[in-house]
Design a protein around this ligand. Structure first.
Ligand SMILES: *[C@@H]1O[C@H](CO)[C@@H](O)[C@H](O)[C@H]1NC(C)=O
Ligand SMILES: *[C@@H]1O[C@H](CO)[C@@H](O)[C@H](O)[C@H]1NC(C)=O
Length: 187
C-alpha cells in the first residue's frame, strides 16, 4: 500500500518534471515550420506563448483564415503565411509580434489597402510580400502601400526603385547564424 502511494507521488513528480522540461524545450525553439499541416477551423492551434524565443515561423498552405489565435511572440522576426485564406484581422500581428521584420502574405485573400493599415504599427517591418493577393491589382498599389508603410524597404521582393531584394534565403541564414542546431523541434 505504501509502495503504491510512493509510486503515485513519483508519477505526479514525473509529470510535473516532464511538463517543466517540455516548457523548457519550447523556449529553446527558434524556428518552427508547420507548412501544409491542415489547421483546425482555419485557426492556428497549439502554438503558445511558451515559444518565447521563436524567431521564424512558417505556416504556408495550412488553410488558415484567421491569425487571431497567434500568441505573443516578442522575438519573432519572420512570418511566412503564404497560400492561406487570410482576408483581414492583421491588427493581431501588430499587437503580438512587435519585432517582425519579414511578413509573407502572398496568395491570400487581401483585397484592399485599408486592410493593411494595422501593419503601420510594425515599426521594424522591412519586407512585405502580397504577391497573388487581389490588392496588388489596384491602381497605384505599390505607391499606396509604400506611403502607408514608410518603414518598408521591400514590397513583393522589390524596393521603391524596383531593385530586387538580395537573396532572402541568405538573409535568413544570416539572422540565425548563432547556434543553428538549437532550433530543431523534437518530433
Ligand atoms: C525584440 O527582440 C529583442 C531581442 O531579440 C528583445 O530584447 C526586445 O524586447 C524585443 N522587442 C519587443 C518590443 O518585445
Ligand atoms: C513569399 O512566399 C512565396 C511562397 O512561399 C515565395 O515564393 C516568395 O519568394 C516569398 N517572398 C519573399 C519576399 O520571401
Amino acid at each position: 500500500f505504501i509502495f503504491e502511494k510512493k509510486l503515485i507521488t513519483s508519477g505526479a513528480l514525473f509529470v510535473a518534471l516532464s511538463i517543466t522540461y517540455l516548457l523548457f524545450l519550447c523556449a529553446q525553439v527558434k524556428e518552427l515550420v508547420l507548412d501544409n499541416c491542415r489547421s483546425d477551423e482555419g485557426k492556428i492551434e497549439g502554438l503558445t506563448a511558451e515559444f518565447v524565443n521563436l524567431e521564424f515561423l512558417s505556416l504556408i498552405n495550412v488553410v488558415l483564415i484567421s491569425v487571431s489565435n497567434l500568441p505573443k511572440l516578442p522575438k519573432l522576426r519572420k512570418l511566412e503565411l503564404s497560400d492561406n485564406r487570410i482576408f483581414g484581422g492583421l491588427d493581431v500581428l501588430a499587437e503580438r509580434l512587435p519585432n517582425l521584420t519579414h511578413l509573407n502574405l502572398s496568395g491570400n485573400k487581401l483585397k484592399d489597402i485599408s486592410t493593411l493599415e494595422p501593419l503601420k504599427k510594425l515599426v521594424f517591418l522591412k519586407s512585405l510580400d502580397l504577391f497573388n493577393c487581389e490588392v496588388t491589382n489596384l491602381n497605384d498599389y505599390r505607391e499606396n502601400v509604400f506611403s502607408l508603410l514608410p518603414q518598408l524597404t521591400y514590397l513583393d521582393g522589390y524596393d521603391r526603385d524596383d531593385r530586387e531584394a538580395p537573396d532572402s534565403d541568405a538573409e535568413v541564414d544570416g539572422v540565425d547564424e548563432d547556434d543553428d542546431d538549437e532550433g530543431e523541434f523534437p518530433s
